[in-house]
Design a binder for this molecule. Structure first.
Ligand code: BES
Ligand code: MN
Ligand code: ZN
Length: 484
């Protein structure tokens, strides 16, 4: 897919996408009467996501006009535009078009960047499919998209370029998650990160098992012990502001597969567990976008990649293990493995890479799904200002986030009688205690924990989400780093 501005004249397009607001026909130059007629005859009401296709013949040229409803003007949001445009591009695919003219629209309450961003993202996300393992698929034609009716070509060019980068980074993260665990091993994930580094302009250092041992990452090593595919510690660095000492740390959970270990999952709990590196995919995607856009910030991203499997060498419930930070941990469940790998990865970022603030992002707890469902990412934080920056970033991306309480009382739940910490906090408040466990390794730096167990994966296609990996977190982390 190729995006441009005014690169295709409306007459030369074989499809024209026209966003229409509820009861608004005067705004759409050239189509006022048509839309008024559709409204009057109730053929089209411009409900959000509603599509009406008008096929016309002009000077022997066949053209599809794809009207796409975006709802009432006062209620239009970036998310609504993304969902509506994902439907519009799917319709264009059905119509087998190749040259698409998209009509930009002015919407009260949204600025031009927000509208352009949402249109481009909706089209990009809506056109995504993970079908590389289908042997009977037809090659799809490359669609050329041109956005017209824009106020300033120069400004809009930047908006489109940023949105395209965010689409690519998000779809890259979706691809990483959708690859099955027999392909996307820790080694393969490291290779994917290295390739992204070369393409987007950031440095990648990969530590093998011997080097991880040297670093004394005992908690991380315990999780990988049962696996024949060796672990990798992936460290990615982008320094875009040499004058600043501030370094943002992004740490992503990188379980390329989570069987639960000896605290084994059920089959249905296991089938989607290739997605347990969704946090890792998010930080690789985010730093790719940050580097590509050459943001004036310093970022170090870390992924401790491994599998959680069973063998004679695997760790067991009841074991007491160490950690890079020196804290001892009583393992009550081998299925609470993510926090063990993240404890070492977060401590590594703070102690060896000197990050001044740290965000971890992880498919960490089923309890996050229970509490917030698949729409909202759960957040635990130790710093009010840092959380408000995240909130601001999430408003830009449209990715919904909600902060959970982190009162000291919850910390008692992860104190062990025979070690410093235990890796589960009991039946209640599972997302909070899991987050706070990781927070113990952040060395009091401003820290945010994003639990994407609910938001990283979709069982069904829905609006701009495809079935499978969602790329959750990529865009929010990008805006958090950009911090405008
Ligand atoms: N990777 C899972 C969490 C998960 C569950 C992600 C469902 C996506 C969908 C994590 O490693 C896990 O198993 N967590 C346990 C923790 C428990 C043993 C304290 C859980 O949530 O059951
Ligand atoms: Mn687990
Ligand atoms: Zn897990």
């Amino acid at each position: 897919m190729k995006f441009g501005i005014n690169t295709i004249q409306i007459e030369a397009a074989d499809a024209v996408i026209i966003p229409v607001m509820h009861k608004e026909f005067e705004k759409i130059e050239g189509f006022e009467n048509t839309i008024k007629h559709l409204f009057d005859t109730e053929k089209f009401k411009a409900e959000c996501g509603e599509i009406f296709v008008l096929s016309s013949l002009k000077n022997d040229n066949y053209q599809n006009i794809v009207f796409v409803g975006i709802g009432k003007e006062k209620e239009v949001s970036g998310e609504k535009i993304r969902n509506a445009f994902s439907k519009a591009i799917k319709k264009c695919r059905e119509l087998k078009v190749e040259k698409v003219f998209v009509n930009n629209i002015e919407i009260e309450g949204l600025n031009c960047n927000q509208v352009i961003n949402a249109m481009v993202e909706g089209i990009g996300f809506g056109d995504y499919k993970f079908d590389k393992y289908k042997t009977d698929k037809k090659e799809q034609k490359d669609i050329e998209i041109s956005i017209g009716n824009v106020p300033s070509e120069k400004d809009v060019k930047e908006y489109v370029s940023e949105a395209v980068t965010l689409v690519q980074a998000t779809l890259f993260a979706r691809d990483l998650v959708n690859e099955p665990a027999n392909v996307m091993t820790p080694k393969a994930l490291a290779k994917a990160a290295s390739n992204a580094g070369k393409e987007c302009g950031f440095k990648v250092e990969v530590f093998d098992k011997a080097q991880i041992k040297e670093l004394n990452m005992k908690a991380f090593l315990s999780v990988t012990a049962g696996s024949e595919n060796p672990p990798r510690l992936i460290v990615m660095k982008y320094f875009g502001d040499k004058d600043s000492k501030e370094i943002l740390g992004l740490v992503g959970k990188g379980l390329t597969y989570d069987s639960g270990g000896y605290s084994i999952k059920t089959n249905s709990g296991m089938v989607t567990m290739k997605s347990d590196m969704g946090g890792g995919a998010a930080v690789i995607g985010a730093i790719s976008a940050i580097a590509k856009r050459k943001l004036k910030v310093n970022v170090v991203a870390v992924v401790a990649a491994c599998e959680n499997l069973i063998s004679g060498g695997a760790y067991k419930p009841g074991d007491i293990i160490g950690s890079m930070a020196g804290k001892t941990i009583e393992v009550l469940s081998t299925d609470a493995e993510g926090r063990l790998t993240l404890a070492d990865a977060v401590y590594y970022a703070v102690s060896k890479e000197n990050v001044t603030r740290v965000v971890d992002i992880a498919t960490l707890t089923g309890a996050a799904l229970t509490a917030l469902g698949i729409t909202t990412t759960a957040v635990v934080a130790n710093d009010k200002n840092f959380y408000s920056e995240l909130e601001k970033a999430s408003f830009k991306s449209g990715e919904k986030m909600w902060q959970l309480p982190a009162f000291d009382e919850y910390k008692k739940l992860i104190k062990s009688d025979i070690a410093d910490l235990k890796n589960t906090g009991g039946k209640f408040a599972g997302t909070i205690t899991a987050g706070l466990f990781i927070g113990e390794f952040a060395q009091k730096k401003p820290w945010l924990h994003l639990d994407i167990a609910g938001t990283a994966w979709r069982d069904n296609e829905d609006g701009y989400y495809s079935k499978g990996g969602t790329g959750a977190g990529v865009r929010t982390l990008y805006y958090l780093a950009k911090n405008e």
